[in-house]
Ligand binder design. Structure first.
Ligand code: SF4
Length: 622
C-alpha cells in the first residue's frame, strides 16, 4: 500500500517507539508518547510536569502544538501530551516551549470514558497484510514513524471535487474564488479506488468533496468506484435529488448504495444546507433504492438542542435512513479558535443530550465503542460467512448504539437486549472457543450462547415473545435478526464519531483510525492527517493536482455552455460570471433553485413535524 510523507520533525527527538515499558509506570505510554522519553523515570517526570494538581494521568501520548501548526512550523509542532482525569472529566494537556501550555476537554463524563475504555478492542483490529509475506505485519496506511497506523482501510474517501454550491461556515473544503480547482480525472479516481482496494479489498468508498454531485460526470465516477468496493456512498447534501430525482436512479444503477449526508438540524436555520430539499431528496433515495446516513455536525450552543429531534426524524424514516452519525465539531478550517470553549462538544455530551432529548429512549448505557461491533461482525462472518459491515476505530473515537421503532414509540435497545452483556458473551465465546470453532466445540459454543442470550433479553423483547433459539438459528443461516424485524417496525443505528483537531490531537487515536483518504499521488492517509494537517496532505495534493478553468473545460464532462451558465458559477463581488474569463469554476449556485414557494414551505414544514411528532415518514406528507 502507498505511504504518506512523514512531516520532518513531526515527533521531535526522543527515544524510538516502544523504549518505555508501559507496565513499569502507572499510566499507559503509547508508542508516540515513548518518543519523548528515554525510560520509565523520564516518562514519570514528564507526566508529573504536564498533569495539573489533583489530576490522575491516564496516558502519555504524542500530539501537536496548535500555534506551531497554525504558523506552519511543522518541524517544531510535535509535542508529548498527557491525558488525565480531573473533576469528573477526561482532559488533555501539553506544553510548547514557545506557546505555553494548552488544556482541552476530551470527554466531559469520565465514567462514560472508562466504560468505553473497558471495551478496548485494539488487539482484535484487522491489520494490513504484508504484501510480501501475506502476514498481518504490513506498514499500514502510512509511514509508521508518522502515525503508526497498521489498520486496514474500512472506509476509503476519494475527493472528487472542491467545488460546492453551498458555503457552510464550518466548512474546510469548498473552493473559494481564486482558489485552485481540484478535480481528479476519471483515470485518477479509478487509480485511487484501486489503491484503496489493493490490500484485501475494501468495504466502502465514499466519494466526497466539496459537493460531489456538482460534477457532471458523477454517475461515471460511481460506476468506476463500485468496481473496487462493496459499497459506494456519496458525501452529499442531496439537494440535487430534490430537483432531479432521476439522478438518484442513475446513481443507484451505477452502484451507489446511498448518501452520507450532512443533516445539522430540523429547522432551516440550523440545516440551511438542505432543509427545504431534504424530504424530497429522501423520497428520491427511497424510490431509487438508496439509503441515507444522516450526519449532524454538532456545535455547542448552535444545534446541540436538536439531537433528539434528529433521532426521531431518522427513526420515522428508517426504511431509508440507515443511521444517524453525530459528529462533534472539529476546530479546523473556518472556525476560529476563540469559539472553542463555547462550541466544544465531546462524545459524552452528545450521549447525554440524546438521552435527555429522547426522554430516555436512547439511554447512556446503550452506547458502546465501535470496535466491539467490529468484533461482532467478524464473529458472525466467521460463523456464518455473512458479516455485518464493519469499520473500526480507537475506543475513544466512535460510540455506537441503536433504537427500535414500534408504531409511534421508540424502544430503547436495552429494553430489547442487554447489549453489553451480549457483547461480553460473544467475546467470552471467542476467547474460549476461537473465532471459528468446528465440530463439538461449535455445538458447545452455540449452546452456551443460547443460554447466555436467554438471560440477556430485555423486558420489551420478553413481553413480546422474542425467540432466542430462532434468533441464533437465523444468525447461523445468514438472516441476522429477522425475528427482531418481525417484532419491530424498524431499527435505527446511531453513532457519535469525534474527528480530531489540533487541540485534542492524539497520535495513538490516529493509529487506530480506519477512515482513510486516497490521494492522487498514490498515498493513503488517515482522515485526521488529511484534514487536520492539510498543509502537508490535503492542500499539498490539491495544489499539486489542481487544474485551471481552461483545463477543466477540456474535460469530457465540462462544456462551455454549462460553465457559462450563471447557475453553474459561484457569484459574488468580483467573482466570475462567465467561464474562462474569471477566477475559477465553482459550484452550481442553486440560490435560484432554492427560492422555495410558500406552498412548498408549508408542505416541507409539515413533513418534518409529522416525522418528529408522530414518527410518520416524510412521504406520508409530501
Ligand atoms: S455543503 Fe459540504 S462541502 Fe459544501 S460548503 Fe457545506 S460543508 Fe462544505
Amino acid at each position: 500500500m502507498s505511504r504518506a510523507v512523514k512531516p520532518p520533525g513531526w515527533l521531535g527527538a526522543g527515544a524510538p517507539a516502544g523504549a518505555v515499558d508501559g507496565a513499569s509506570v502507572e499510566f499507559e505510554v503509547t508508542d508516540h508518547g515513548a518518543r519523548f522519553v528515554s525510560d520509565a523515570a523520564a516518562a514519570r517526570r514528564l507526566v508529573k510536569r504536564l498533569t495539573p494538581d489533583g489530576g490522575t494521568p491516564l496516558t502519555l501520548t504524542g500530539s501537536l502544538c496548535p500555534a506551531c501548526h497554525a504558523a506552519g512550523d511543522f518541524d517544531a509542532m510535535g509535542l508529548p501530551m498527557v491525558v488525565y482525569e480531573l473533576a469528573g472529566e477526561i482532559r488533555c494537556r501539553k506544553r510548547c516551549p514557545d506557546h505555553g501550555a494548552r488544556t482541552d476537554v476530551i470527554w466531559r463524563d469520565a465514567a462514560l470514558y472508562h466504560r468505553a475504555r473497558r471495551w478496548d478492542e485494539r488487539a482484535r483490529h484487522p491489520a494490513v497484510p504484508d504484501r510480501e509475506t501475506g502476514g498481518p505485519d504490513g506498514e499500514g496506511c502510512c509511514d509508521t514513524a508518522c502515525c503508526g497506523s497498521s489498520v486496514a482501510t474500512g472506509i476509503g474517501n476519494i475527493t472528487v471535487t472542491n467545488r460546492c454550491d453551498r458555503s457552510c461556515h464550518y466548512c474546510f473544503f469548498y473552493a473559494e474564488s481564486g482558489e485552485p480547482l481540484h478535480e481528479p480525472s476519471k483515470a485518477e479516481v479509478r487509480a485511487m479506488a484501486e489503491t484503496l482496494a489493493a490490500d484485501g479489498g475494501i468495504g466502502a468508498i465514499q466519494l466526497t468533496g466539496g459537493e460531489p454531485t456538482v460534477r457532471e460526470d458523477i454517475v461515471d465516477l460511481v460506476a468506476i468506484a463500485s468496481e473496487s468496493a462493496d459499497q459506494v456512498l456519496l458525501n452529499s447534501h442531496g439537494g440535487r435529488f430534490a430537483h432531479e430525482p432521476d439522478l438518484a436512479h442513475r446513481l443507484s444503477e451505477a452502484g451507489a448504495r446511498g448518501l452520507y449526508t450532512s443533516f445539522d438540524g430540523v429547522d432551516p436555520e440550523t440545516n440551511y444546507k438542505s432543509y427545504w430539499e431534504f424530504p424530497h431528496a429522501l423520497s428520491a433515495c427511497r424510490d431509487a433504492g438508496m439509503c441515507a446516513m444522516l450526519v449532524p455536525t454538532v456545535v455547542g450552543g448552535w444545534n446541540d438542542d436538536q439531537l433528539g429531534d434528529v433521532v426521531r426524524f431518522g427513526a420515522a424514516n428508517a426504511d431509508t435512513v440507515c443511521g444517524v452519525n453525530f459528529q462533534p465539531v472539529s476546530f479546523v478550517g473556518r472556525l476560529s479558535a476563540e469559539m472553542r470553549a463555547d462550541q466544544r462538544v465531546t462524545i459524552s455530551d452528545v450521549i447525554d443530550r440524546v438521552e435527555a432529548q429522547t426522554d430516555g429512549a436512547v439511554p447512556r448505557e446503550a452506547w458502546l465503542p465501535l470496535p466491539v461491533y467490529y468484533t461482532v461482525s467478524e464473529f458472525l462472518r466467521q460463523w456464518t460467512g455473512e458479516g455485518l459491515y464493519g469499520v473500526t476505530s480507537s475506543y475513544t473515537s466512535w460510540m455506537m448504539t441503536m433504537v427500535f421503532r414500534d408504531g409511534d414509540d421508540l424502544v430503547p435497545v436495552t429494553d430489547v437486549v442487554d447489549v453489553a452483556g451480549l457483547l461480553d458473551a460473544i467475546r467470552d465465546t471467542i476467547d474460549d472457543y476461537g473465532w471459528a470453532p468446528s465440530g463439538l466445540d461449535k455445538v458447545r459454543a452455540g449452546k452456551r450462547l443460547i443460554g447466555d442470550l436467554d438471560g440477556l433479553l430485555g423486558p420489551h423483547a420478553r413481553e413480546h415473545g422474542l425467540d432466542v433459539r430462532r434468533l441464533v438459528r437465523e444468525a447461523i443461516d445468514g438472516e441476522f435478526a429477522a425475528s427482531v424485524g418481525d417484532l419491530y417496525d424498524d431499527v435505527l443505528p446511531l453513532g457519535v464519531r469525534h474527528f480530531q483537531d489540533p487541540y485534542n490531537y492524539d497520535l495513538a487515536r490516529l493509529a487506530d483510525c480506519d477512515v482513510h483518504y486516497a490521494m492522487p499521488d498514490g498515498e493513503v492517509v488517515p482522515f485526521s492527517l488529511y484534514n487536520v494537517v492539510p498543509e502537508l496532505y490535503r492542500d499539498r495534493v490539491k495544489r499539486a493536482h489542481s487544474i485551471t478553468v481552461e483545463e477543466w473545460l477540456e474535460r469530457d464532462y465540462a462544456d462551455l455552455e454549462s460553465a457559462a451558465d450563471e447557475r453553474r458559477t459561484r457569484r459574488g463581488d468580483g467573482v466570475i460570471d462567465a467561464a474562462g474569463e474569471g477566477e475559477g469554476v465553482f459550484g452550481a449556485d442553486l440560490t435560484y433553485d432554492r427560492a422555495v414557494d410558500a406552498e412548498t414551505r408549508t408542505t416541507v414544514d409539515r413533513a418534518y413535524a409529522a416525522a418528529i411528532e408522530d414518527l410518520d415518514p416524510v412521504w406520508s406528507v409530501l
